[in-house]
Design a protein around this ligand. Structure first.
Ligand code: GTP
Ligand code: MG
Length: 226
């Protein structure tokens, strides 16, 4: 009886957290679309290269992009994005392993989103393949990033992420000659969960594949505004 009550309470608390998140996500979508901003949510394990991809994007998009950084602690990633030439706002979650729509809503209130030039908001989630996948932030495009040193077996181990992404980026392709990562296997496994996923193989370090990816993002926001 006691166990049953606690399971019921757990379901109720979880439902109320998710419905609160969904309300803020809907509000974020309204704010962002109202300002003509196309929004990305980048999710990967720690160190897969999210910030390096964003630094490369900052060189391509310049003042057309702003970034929200999510980390448990430090402003390090926001500082990197600022050095790369884009406006950045750092969310320090203080321990939470994912961003939620309320934290993003709060960040939006601190950012300068009025520039006519601004068309793109990129959100770097906290490095984690599990928890961020359950939280809609109000994005238009969800991106799952996998890097080749992590191993090619990860897609099916983390289906809650890879079944819900619009884009799969396989990063650190410059390291492929040194590793046994099977690119075709990772792509096939992602397509088995998610047949319509768009795939880009890149090296954020050398720039390989980044122009194609940035062009794809650009076509998304041009379609949205045009
Ligand atoms: N060889 C190689 N290294 C890369 C590439 N992209 C990123 N790195 C390196 O990988 C390390 C982690 O990169 P970050 O961009 O900080 O990774 P992240 O996903 O933002 O990490 P967290 O924010 O901590 O989750 C850094 O040392 C980068 O220089 C790449 O394409 N090739
Ligand atoms: Mg980072």
């Amino acid at each position: 009886m006691c166990e049953e009550t606690s399971a019921k309470q757990k379901v109720e608390i979880s439902e109320s957290v998710m419905s609160k998140n969904d309300r803020f996500a809907a509000e974020n979508r309204k704010i962002l679309r109202g300002r003509g901003l196309y929004t990305l949510n980048l999710i990967s394990s720690p160190g897969a290269g999210k910030t390096t991809v964003l630094e490369s994007m900052a060189r391509y998009f310049g003042g057309r992009m702003a970034v929200i950084e999510g980390d448990i602690q430090t402003r390090r990633d926001a500082e990197r994005i600022e050095r790369a030439g884009c406006q950045a706002w750092q969310i320090e979650t203080g321990g939470a392993c994912h961003l939620d729509a309320h934290a993003v809503n709060h960040a939006l209130g601190h950012m300068d989103l009025d520039s006519d030039e601004l068309s793109l908001l990129a959100i770097e989630n906290v490095g984690n393949l599990i928890c961020p996948s359950g939280y809609d932030l109000g994005e238009d495009m969800r991106i799952g990033l996998l890097s080749v040193p992590e191993g090619d077996d990860k897609v099916l181990k983390y289906p809650s992420l890879f079944s819900t992404v619009d884009v799969l980026i396989i990063n650190k392709m410059d390291l492929i000659p040194h590793l046994d990562f099977d690119v075709d296997r990772a792509i096939e496994e992602c397509r088995s969960l998610n047949p319509d996923v768009n795939v880009f193989t890149v090296s954020a370090r050398t720039g390989e594949g980044m122009e194609e990816f940035c062009g794809f993002v650009e076509s998304g926001f041009l379609r949205n505004t045009g």
